[in-house]
Design a protein around this ligand. Structure first.
Ligand code: NAD
Ligand code: UDP
Length: 340
């Protein structure tokens, strides 16, 4: 099965391509390299032995997309491409709506023209806003507190309307919880540009000596130890979730929505401790005020994905921290700028 992977050079996309190859699928990547480096391709080859086809381009370019879709006999599209930094989205809402909303509309239009009617979309647990209770199920109310989250919600709503008008399409909305971890080889991982926004890459950069200390945003939440609680899911489990979705509902007409989380919450302090154990290094931290827009706790009920797709996260927090540490300690500055 040939699958177009938009944003396939990025963190989740690159790990998903590896698992697709292992499952006998053929990923074809398009990416504009806004937040990724060409050397990712060499790393995928080191791990899989396969030269994955990569075509540089932008999802907002309909002529380009239509040409790629038609020329490659694509059966399905996994759509990762987009901008993802919450803080940046507040500063640059137009860029976020243009990339995430407009980009997705152009993609679907090109798919329609090329006769490709199976789409898997990277959504996020952020669409649940501040949930009334945990664990979160797919039928919980949705809301947005920032332009990034709103862009995901708008896309979900556009895709829902489009699928209703085109009932022969298969559209799958995958709501990711907190992806962390790296490929177990240590060759691929998360490589944020500039100061990391997310907890795990920040901790990893403190452990490797790139940053002095972690700021823990809030220690007065009504949680186990006062720090925020999240559902961390190993990126390889998340990657497997895409294979399960492609196999389970990728050819089944309908709108399919799934939570992809591990179903358990860990606090910031618990993640710090797990990382100290994995790396053998102390992680210096200071408590800081709460971060605007953060919620106390959030974790998934992913039983729908288990029931329908036969998918369940299996990798432990120790694997998440050990694999992240292998990647970070072998690649302290992230991916090289040039192809090896
Ligand atoms: P990433 O930034 O590592 O990967 C995204 C890729 O898309 C990058 O390689 C970037 O260069 C590319 N891209 C961006 N705009 C593009 C455009 N207009 N045309 C072509 N390529 C473009 O991000 P990621 O962590 O791998 O996330 C993938 C998807 O999952 C995103 O849509 C993100 O919003 C969503 N998501 C991520 C998380 C997370 O915590 N990482 C959580 C929930 C949802
Ligand atoms: N966090 C923190 N310091 C950081 C980054 C994150 O204390 O430098 C906390 C954040 O407040 C939240 C948790 O770590 O409780 C996960 O945050 P992240 O940004 O990774 O994911 P989010 O759930 O916000 O999307």
């Amino acid at each position: 099965m040939k699958v177009l992977v938009t944003g396939g050079m990025g963190y989740i996309g690159s790990h998903t391509c590896i698992q697709m190859l292992a499952a006998g699928m053929t990923p074809i990547i398009i990416d504009n390299l806004y937040n990724s480096k060409p050397s990712v391709l060499g790393r995928i080859k080191e791990v899989t032995g396969v030269d994955v086809q990569f075509i540089e381009g932008d999802i907002r370019d309909k002529a380009f997309l239509t040409k790629v879709l038609k020329a490659n006999d694509i059966q399905s599209v996994i759509h990762f491409a987009g901008l993802k930094a919450v803080g940046e989205s507040v500063e640059k809402p137009l860029e976020y709506y243009d990339n995430n909303v407009h980009g997705t509309l152009v993609l679907v239009d090109a798919m329609r023209e090329a006769g490709v009617s199976s789409l898997i979309f990277s959504s996020s647990a952020t669409v649940y806003g501040d949930p009334a209770s945990v664990p979160i199920k797919e039928d919980f109310p949705t809301s947005a507190t920032n332009p990034y989250g709103r862009s995901k919600l708008i896309v979900e709503e556009c895709l829902t309307d489009f699928q209703h008008a085109n009932p022969d399409w298969s559209i799958t909305l995958l709501r990711y919880f907190n992806p962390v971890g790296s490929h177990p080889s240590g060759k691929l991982g998360e490589d944020p540009q500039g100061i990391p926004n997310n907890l795990m890459p920040f901790i990893a950069q403190v452990a490797v000596g790139r940053r002095e200390h972690l700021s823990i945003f809030g220690n007065d939440y009504p949680t186990i130890d006062g720090t925020g609680v999240r559902d961390y899911i190993h990126v390889m489990d998340l990657a497997d979730g895409h294979i399960a979705a492609l196999n389970g509902v990728g050819a089944k007409a309908g709108l399919h929505t799934y939570n992809l989380g591990a179903g358990k919450g860990y606090s910031v302090l618990e993640m710090v401790q797990a990382f100290e154990k994995a790396s053998g290094n102390p992680i210096a931290y200071q408590f800081a005020p709460r971060r605007a827009g953060d919620i106390a706790e959030c974790w998934a009920d992913s039983s729908k994905a288990e029931h329908d797709l036969g998918w369940k996260a299996t990798r432990t927090v120790d694997e998440m921290t050990q694999d992240t540490w292998r990647w970070q300690s072998h690649n302290p500055q992230g991916y090289p700028d040039e192809q090896a």
